[in-house]
Design a protein around this ligand. Structure first.
Ligand SMILES: CC(C)(COP(=O)(O)OP(=O)(O)OC[C@H]1O[C@@H](n2cnc3c(N)ncnc32)[C@H](O)[C@@H]1OP(=O)(O)O)[C@@H](O)C(=O)NCCC(=O)NCCS
Length: 213
């Protein structure tokens, strides 16, 4: 990751607007957006659609990339685009919004965005290509796997582990020390009181398994 290089956003939908807001607040230079061919020539919040994901190679030498496709019940598209950037010789950038805080004692991996008012506290380790959405709280000592989406105002209390590609819904709470495996979906507003053992969709307080995956 190079902080100085301009960034190119991949996917120009709703989540991209939040990333643009965060990137602008952090002073990042946005070169443009890659999306479907019919979007080329249009603009999103003043930023041009400059090509499609097949153009990643063209820009790999002079820009970093951020995958801006959102993910709720399935992180596969974000995962695929992330690996497409790497395969094209590209690098992933990070964005930390001006009102977000990543402790100097924490680490976030390449491709991860930390949106407004989110906190990644001391001792936390966040993987690659994650979304730490607005107002989310990653407390001390947590490990967050790659391609995870912590949705708006999700609270991950101290020393939790969230496995790769999982989604934690808006305003969910994960009790301290809990472990959630990869490929889980925690419904909005749920409370995870104990560690979970298998991938699935969980909901409620306490969160119970609704569907296996
Ligand atoms: C979990 C979610 C993805 C739905 O998943 P789904 O696979 O379509 O599941 P369904 O809607 O069929 O619901 C499955 C079960 O979970 C329950 N459920 C779903 N969401 C729930 C919630 N937020 N709280 C409590 N129960 C919930 C349903 O009532 C259903 O229960 P039942 O089987 O006992 O009838 C969706 O409810 C959700 O929470 N989305 C995330 C919203 C969010 O945080 N958005 C932020 C975007 S940044």
């Amino acid at each position: 990751m190079s902080k100085q290089r301009p960034i190119i956003l991949i996917g120009g939908g709703g989540h991209c607007m939040s990333v643009i807001e965060a990137a602008e607040s952090a002073g990042a230079a946005i070169l443009g957006i890659l999306d479907a061919p019919e979007m080329v020539g249009r603009h999103l919040l003043g930023h041009p659609f400059i090509g499609t994901d097949t153009d990643i190679t063209l820009h790999a030498a002079h820009a970093d990339f951020i995958v801006c496709v959102g993910s709720i019940s399935n992180a596969d598209t974000r995962y695929k685009l992330y690996h497409q950037v790497l395969a094209a010789g590209g690098q992933l950038g990070c964005i930390v919004a001006s009102t977000a805080r990543v402790s100097r004692h924490a680490h976030i991996g390449p491709g991860t965005v930390v949106l407004h008012h989110a906190l990644v506290n001391a001792g936390a380790q966040v993987g690659e290509n994650c979304i730490i959405n607005s107002h989310a709280n990653v407390e001390h000592g947590c490990t967050i796997g790659s391609h995870v989406h912590l949705s708006t105002a999700a609270t991950i209390n101290g020393d939790c582990h969230i496995g790769e590609k999982s989604f934690i819904g808006s305003r969910s709470i994960v009790y301290q020390g809990c472990s959630i495996p990869g490929n889980c979906v925690i419904a909005a507003g749920s409370v995870v009181r104990n560690s979970l053992s298998k991938a699935g969709v969980y909901a409620g307080n306490p969160a119970t398994l609704k569907k296996t995956r």
